[in-house]
Write a new protein. Structure first.
Length: 209
């Protein structure tokens, strides 16, 4: 990950969602199955190389329209003038007359104008990934212990590892997470340090903080 604003992924309101970015690489990856783990790693650009930003076990895949129309995710629709949690809401795409519509969000241009490049790349994903079994560390991201070095990605971008014959490696990493940390949010998004806001402004209307 070369940036982290709480938008992709969005860890708020008790469920981590991945609805934007990583379209064909992750959200529409033909290898991705329910129960798989998606792990977001730090980067040289953010100054946290070799650290884990988040880990989610994929529990469900839904379409943009299902995400948009489900009242449970109403609070994840973006409100640009609200708190940072509201500003970076990721429930921002839906279908109108057969076309994907981009609402005013962190991926649109000034004034809510459509960012065609983000629209194209985000909509390539087709699916929104959901997880209540997640660990989001953000700016409190821990170093990945040496014994789990197989998790690290030594090149830029996204990689898929088929560990179907290496359940011990998957279980070892997951066990480390579960034994060391509680599920849920452990820190603020890494890039929120750019904003000079009081804590109450950051988390206003966000029930989990």
């Amino acid at each position: 990950m070369d940036h982290d604003y709480g938008f992709a992924p969005n860890p708020f309101y008790g469920i981590l969602t991945l609805a934007t970015c990583k379209g064909t690489q992750v959200r529409n990856n033909r290898n991705l199955q329910i129960g798989d783990w998606v792990v977001g790693l730090g980067s040289k650009k953010m100054g946290n190389l070799g650290r884990v930003i988040y880990a989610m076990q994929v529990e469900k895949k839904i379409t943009f329209d299902e995400y948009w129309s489900d009242s449970r995710f109403e609070m994840k629709k973006p409100f640009i003038k609200g708190s940072l949690v509201q500003k970076y809401g990721d429930n921002c795409y839906h279908i109108v007359n057969g076309k994907v519509v981009q609402e005013h969000c962190a991926h649109s241009l000034a004034g809510g104008r459509v960012n065609k490049e983000h629209l194209r790349r985000d909509s390539e994903g087709k699916y929104v990934l959901l997880s209540t079994h997640f660990y989001y560390f953000g700016d409190q991201c821990p170093d990945i212990p040496a014994q789990f070095s197989y998790i690290l990605n030594n090149s830029r971008g996204t990689k898929f590892w088929d560990l179907s014959d290496k359940d011990d490696q998957i279980n070892a990493f997951v066990n480390w997470l579960e034994e060391t940390y509680g599920q849920g949010i452990h820190g603020d998004p890494c890039n929120w340090k750019e904003f000079k806001r009081d804590k109450y402004e950051v988390y206003e209307d966000e029930e989990d903080k």
